[in-house]
Design a protein around this ligand. Structure first.
Ligand code: ATP
Length: 693
């Protein structure tokens, strides 16, 4: 009975949604074909324009790709009343499909609305308590690109809000095995995360969050949101994501492109300050002093130290006449420039103009009528140039820092009252290098050079900077990041309990002050999406020792997770670790073997002997290569389905002090998504042995 079949088909809601999906995909293909067919010869007036346009078109084509495993829409909102079309990317009506990008049909009517559009916001925020004019929220489930399920929430149903729990589709998304790089979370951003994602561009936001609460995910989605809401402004000023190291950046690098954003720069702090080649290291004591904010004042003084008051007048000869500007008058100019806190380089450019102006005044007084060109000519006069060179010499930032770290007398003068003698000794080079090129600069030295460079010439500011794993930055590093967003805003993400540098952040207020964003709002995320409940409870035993006062994360994961702590004899440890890896490989998803850096070579040999192939952090895991051998110092920010943790005592001992060691251990213990096996031959740190009471 075909008639009846048609009726059933039309009435089957899943089938209707599939029809909309098919139509949306066809519309996306048509949009892409339109862009591909663009003939730029008609519009591009010249070659340069053509190049720029071509690149933009290529990017647009890439952004319009229909990715088989990223569903075109993941949600639907049915409003009670039609919202204004200005909020809905031009769509009218009451029903909207929410997806990663905007898709419209041949008539320009939107079939899928961008998740960042105002009309999409209730998808993330609406609740029964505050339905935001939404009647129904529908979430879609996909299997291998096929729309196979949906889940409805009736927001008008006045059931008590307290019972609102994450639905089955959110659970499934969170529990999905991890393989490959980090994924986007657009389909399941949670209300407290969405508040951070959509916070206004004007303010800086600082997020404290326990491991796995989604800080990195939130930061990346925030950039995508800001690029949508302020596209032109940010295209002009630029956006940047700062992460702790290369392997971390490689792990997160595909999230923004998956959201259609291809133009966000990513860098480590070291990349930002790469004025010199870093080939040296500091003692922890020296690094700590070099990273201290007092160094900013030492450098400010050092840059200014070359400025000397004139002893002689400046005499400018023009034609038959000589114009004389007395020393006291030039001194006044110098004092005035010093008092106005302008950049050394800018002041150096202003001084000859001031001297020239003084000459011009004298010319006018004697009846001449000089114009601006005369002033410029006087400013370039050899006598003026020579005077400026002596009074306000140019500063080469690297040479200045080289001198500061080599010349005890010079350092003592600049650091008087700031660094004590012992501190000065700590940062002085034992054997001063001969040149900037031959010096064995450390990472902290490069930050000092960056500070000096900014004192000479203002560092350009970007529109928005996301700083992840911020807790590890020194005050001087915060300043380096801060000067890259002086006229823009920032998103600062971190966890005080995971600070593993000797200078790790103690309070966010201090960090924000160093960044130059003291008025930023600090918020906290506490819902954990990564670590199973038992595992986070175990790791949290370390909190009183490493970050008293911080709250333990909750876990939204329903599965308790596999968790085991096993003691083995010292001679059997390597074998046991290999066996645990082999067992973990029996599960789906990625495996991380985390060990103290010093243990890595030995474990590598043990894996080789056992014939288990493994990757290094930053190498992409895949179905065929799922095991990564991770030195504990590179584990931060990463996650694996199953983690095998080797010898906690060695992880702790790998750090200069116990607290840092325990923090490193806390990071290692919180990388697991589905299961954690801890293997040890030495006793566990006492903090972990604590029995729940
Ligand atoms: N709303 C969400 N829906 C689904 N998954 C989420 C959500 N929020 C976070 N996740 C997932 O939880 C995991 C942890 O997120 P993320 O790495 O951003 O946490 P983090 O706070 O930066 O952790 P860490 O402090 O350990 O670096 C990731 O796999 C992320 O995709």
């Amino acid at each position: 009975m075909p008639a009846q079949q048609v009726t059933t088909h039309a009435d089957d809601p899943l089938e209707r949604e599939r029809t909309h999906l098919a139509a949306s995909r066809a519309a996306l293909r048509a949009m892409r074909a339109d862009v591909e067919a663009l003939d730029i010869k008609d519009v591009a007036a010249n070659w340069v324009n053509a190049q720029v346009l071509e690149r933009q078109i290529e990017e647009r084509i890439a952004a319009l790709a229909d990715l088989a495993h990223t569903p075109l829409f993941f949600g639907r909102l049915d409003y009670l009343h039609a919202p204004g079309a200005d909020l809905a990317e031009g769509a009218g009506g009451e029903q909207f499909y929410i997806g990663r990008r905007h898709v419209h049909d041949a008539d320009g009517y939107p079939m899928v609305i961008d998740w960042r559009a105002p009309v999409s916001q209730p998808f993330y925020r609406a609740s029964k308590k505050e339905p935001m004019d939404v009647r129904l929220r529908r979430r879609f489930g996909y299997t291998g690109g096929e729309l196979t399920a949906y889940e409805d929430e009736d927001l008008t149903d006045a059931e008590p809000a307290a019972g609102e729990r994450p639905g089955a589709l959110l659970q499934a998304e969170i529990e999905r095995p991890r393989v490959g790089p980090m994924r986007d979370i657009v389909a399941t951003i949670q209300p407290e995360q969405d508040e951070i994602v959509r916070a206004g561009i004007a303010g800086t936001v600082c997020v404290q969050g326990a491991p796995g609460t989604g800080k990195t995910a939130v930061g990346l989605h925030r950039v995508a949101y800001l690029l949508y809401a302020h596209r032109e402004r940010l295209a002009r000023t630029g956006t940047l994501v700062v992460g702790p190291n290369r392997s971390f950046l490689r792990y997160i690098e595909q999230v923004l492109p998956a959201l259609g954003e291809l133009n966000v720069a990513q860098a480590t702090v070291d990349d930002l300050v790469a004025h010199v080649e870093v080939r040296g290291t500091d003692t922890p004591a020296a690094a700590r002093i070099k990273g201290d904010a007092r160094m900013a004042e030492v450098l400010r003084r050092a840059v200014r130290s070359g400025v000397t008051m004139p002893a002689e007048p400046v005499v400018v000869v023009r034609g038959a006449r000589r114009w004389r500007v007395p020393a006291y008058e030039i001194e006044e100019m110098v004092r005035e420039l010093l008092a106005r806190d302008i950049r050394h380089g800018a002041a150096r450019e202003a001084l000859p103009q001031r001297i020239a102006h003084a000459v011009l005044v004298r010319m006018e007084e004697s009846g001449e009528a000089p114009d601006d060109r005369v002033q410029d000519a006087v400013a370039r006069n050899p006598a003026v140039k020579a005077a400026v060179k002596a009074i306000w010499p140019a500063v080469d930032p690297a040479k200045l820092v080289l001198r500061l770290l080599s010349d005890a007398q010079f350092l003592a003068e600049q650091a008087a009252g700031l660094l004590d003698e012992d501190e000065q000794r700590q940062i002085l080079w034992d054997r001063p290098p001969r040149s900037v090129r031959s010096a064995k600069w450390s990472a902290a030295d490069a930050v000092l050079i960056d500070e000096a460079a900014d004192l000479v010439t203002r560092t350009p500011s970007l529109g928005h900077v996301v700083l992840d794993e911020a807790q590890d930055l020194s005050p001087m590093q915060y300043r380096a990041v801060g000067r890259r967003c002086t006229t823009g805003s920032a998103t600062i993400l971190g966890d005080l309990a995971q600070g593993t540098t000797p200078w790790a952040t103690r309070t966010w207020q201090e960090a924000l002050a160093h960044l130059g964003k003291a008025d930023a709002v600090v918020t906290e995320l506490t819902q954990g999406f990564r670590v199973p409940r038992q595992v986070i409870a175990y790791a949290s035993r370390l909190l009183p020792a490493i970050a008293p006062g911080l709250k333990e994360a909750t876990s939204v994961r329903e599965s308790p997770g596999d968790f085991a702590v096993r003691a083995v004899g010292a001679e059997a440890l390597d074998e046991a670790v290999v066996a645990a890896c082999r067992q973990a490989l029996g599960h789906e998803g990625s495996i991380g073997l985390i060990a103290a850096d010093a243990r890595v070579p030995e474990l590598a040999r043990a894996l080789d002997r056992a014939g288990l192939a493994y990757l290094a952090p930053g190498e992409e895991t895949s179905e065929g290569a799922r095991l990564t051998l991770v030195p504990a110092t590179l584990a931060k920010g990463l996650e694996y389905d199953y983690v095998v943790l080797d010898e906690p005592a060695a992880v702790v001992a790998g750090e200069p002090d116990e607290r840092t060691g325990l923090r490193r251990l806390y990071v290692a213990l919180t990388r697991a998504v589905s299961g954690l096996t801890v293997l040890h031959a030495q006793p566990l740190p006492a903090e972990l042995e604590r029995v729940e009471g």
